[in-house]
Design a protein around this ligand. Structure first.
Ligand code: CP
Length: 292
């Protein structure tokens, strides 16, 4: 998200929206693009929305299971990706636990789409979040966004901060003190609830050693979660977002996951659309609006 200009971001969002309307059946005008999805970390939404997008675009898709690959014999990430390039793959999608893993892949000559790097970046999650907000409010300028929870370990918080600030929204962060991140402006969550247009709850990243900041699940929900009492204090037109997977009853009351203000499942639908747009762009095709 750091490298994309404001214009780039809007053109990806426009393409994603057009994939949902005028260009539903658009396919890559190239024969049998070969793409491989290299997920070194668990994923449901990102992995399968990329795969669904690739199939709809007419790609041939290879799935890769790190545990059944030569990674188990000590092969490096670079050599793994270089192997896919040498075999003839045209694009790879990578999720990896290492922050900024892509820096060691600079000599790879096929497009690499980042499906999440450690606690670093999650650009396609960010784009689907932006699309969801833009569809809701018609603009990304002037929105008040609170992101609450495990900020320290969250690549979603990092990418969303980067993009939303660039696009003119105000972003504030709430949650336990031990999960604050330098340079991320904080706000008291109870104050933010009445201020925010978007209340974004984050999953506690136990796989990155977060623990529970010394609380039980119910203590966490009471202190930092979206309870029914907090939900009732949100602005009339405010929405609830969460990148998911959700820990029901921890960061959000289970009854609120599909409540009227929740856009959590809409975010997932939008994920498939932005991934189509990003694959199209990755292969070098112009935005629909610029096509001659
Ligand atoms: N939001 C997200 O990245 O979900 P997955 O880990 O299931 O892909």
């Amino acid at each position: 998200m750091r490298d994309l200009s404001v214009e780039d971001i809007y053109s990806i969002l426009d393409d994603a929206r057009l994939f949902n309307s005028s260009f539903k059946d658009w396919q890559l005008p190239m024969q049998k693009a070969l793409v491989a999805n290299l997920f070194f970390e668990a994923s449901t939404r990102t992995h399968f929305s990329f795969e669904s997008a690739q199939h709809q675009l007419g790609c041939q898709v290879a799935d890769f299971a790190a545990g059944a690959s030569s990674v188990t014999k000590g092969e490096t990430l670079y050599d793994t990706v270089k192997t896919f390039e040498s075999i003839g793959y045209d694009m790879v999608v990578i999720r990896h636990s290492q922050d900024e893993y892509f820096k060691e892949l600079e000599n790879i000559n096929i497009p690499i789409l980042n499906a999440g790097d450690g606690a670093g970046n999650h650009p396609t999650q960010c784009l689907l979040d932006l699309l969801t907000m833009q569809n809701e409010f018609g603009t990304l300028e002037g929105l008040n966004v609170v992101i609450c929870g495990d900020i320290l370990h969250s690549r979603v918080a990092a990418s969303d901060k980067e993009a939303l600030e660039k696009l003119g929204s105000t972003v504030r962060f709430a949650g336990p003190k031990e999960w604050e991140r330098p340079g991320y402006p904080t706000i008291d969550f109870d104050e933010a609830i009445e201020w925010a247009d978007v209340v974004m709850m984050l999953r506690i990243q136990k796989e990155r050693g977060s623990g529970m900041a010394g609380m039980t699940d119910s203590e966490y929900l009471e202190k930092y979660g979206l309870t029914k009492e907090r939900y009732a204090r949100m602005k009339d037109k405010a929405i609830v977002m969460h990148p998911a997977p959700v820990n029901r009853g921890v960061e959000i009351d289970t009854d609120l996951v599909e409540a009227e203000k929740s856009r959590i499942f809409e975010q997932m639908h939008n994920g498939m659309l932005v991934r189509k747009a990003v694959i199209k762009r990755g292969f070098g095709f112009a935005p629909f609006k610029e096509e001659k």
